[in-house]
Design a protein around this ligand. Structure first.
Ligand SMILES: C[S@@+](CC[C@H](N)C(=O)[O-])C[C@H]1O[C@@H](n2cnc3c(N)ncnc32)[C@H](O)[C@@H]1O
Ligand SMILES: O=C(O)C(=O)C[C@]1(C(=O)O)C=C[C@@H](O)C=C1
Length: 247
């Protein structure tokens, strides 16, 4: 697959419209997410490692909001349980099409990989099968806040005993000083990865209405209200974190 650098916000735009996961974004997504999310490669690889502990033989593993299937590929590298299969879901046609191409490329390089079904669907209206693992890797933040509790409740109801939800998100912080510092340090991370002030500012305008982060406390409370019994943060880099939620 040809990987292109993210230059989506590099030129001044007459009007910055809301961010969408369209063909232009799908084309540059590996570069965009690596340069925007501190710790992204570590999170993705270790979701595979964590999943290997929770995956159960003869069960489904869900990658919800799979984009190009980075998590799905990590699951296939690490999960060794017999008869598992992965269902990767995204509602962006451009992402799903490219995800399938990436997985075909992975198929051609390795043997005995877990089978994957890639579905173009809205995770808010998809019926879940009983599953030993759900991954929401930077997806929940794009779901409207009022719809988040019901989605998490449905995920909890579909989780097999001994399974887990792995939830990665950008965070906001209740303490204003902590929030300001980690936000500034995230901008420094973007600058260090070659994004200009214009790119940073235009991207911020594009995502501010469509990506609404919660605090760690909000995540914990909502997950417990959805029926999860334990919420265990396993990774944080600046204002990005990943949690394990146990049923
Ligand atoms: C930041 S990306 C996720 C990155 C990906 N999980 C990874 O690890 O590389 C968010 C993805 O969620 C998808 N998405 C957002 N809302 C969705 C919904 N309601 N149903 C399905 N997919 C959704 C978007 O199309 C996008 O591809
Ligand atoms: O917070 C930001 O500035 C981001 O760019 C974050 C983020 C994300 O967390 O998903 C937003 C959109 C892109 O998918 C890549 C990264």
């Amino acid at each position: 697959m040809r990987q292109e650098p993210d230059q989506i916000f590099a030129q001044p735009l007459a009007q910055v419209t809301d961010f969408v996961f369209n063909e232009d974004v799908a084309r540059v997504f590996p570069d965009m997410i690596k340069r925007s999310v501190p710790g992204y490669p570590t999170i993705v690889e270790n979701i595979g490692v964590l999943a290997a502990r929770f995956a159960q033989p003869d069960s489904v593993l869900y990658d919800l909001g799979c984009s190009l299937g980075a998590v799905t590929q990590a699951l296939r590298r690490h999960v060794r349980s017999e008869q598992c299969r992965i269902i990767a879901v995204d509602n962006s046609a451009a992402m799903v099409e490219r995800c399938q191409e990436y997985l075909l490329a992975q198929n051609s390089m390795f043997q005995e990989l877990l089978p994957v079904e890639v579905i173009e669907a809205d995770i808010l209206s998809l019926q879940f099968q009983p599953a030993s693992l759900f991954a929401l890797n930077f997806t929940l933040q794009f779901i409207s806040p009022i719809q988040r509790p019901e989605l998490l409740t449905r995920i909890h109801q579909s989780l097999l005993p001994g399974g887990a939800l792995i939830l990665s998100e950008k965070l906001c912080f209740q303490d204003p000083e902590e929030h300001a510092l980690l936000t500034e340090l995230h901008l420094d991370f973007k600058r260090a990865n070659g994004y200009s002030e214009l790119e940073i500012a235009q991207k911020r305008s594009a995502i501010e209405n469509v990506m609404l982060p919660d605090s760690l406390e909000q995540h914990r409370e909502r997950l417990l209200a959805a029926g999860f019994t334990k919420v265990i943060p396993w990774f944080q880099c600046l204002n990005f974190a990943s949690l394990i939620a146990l049923p």
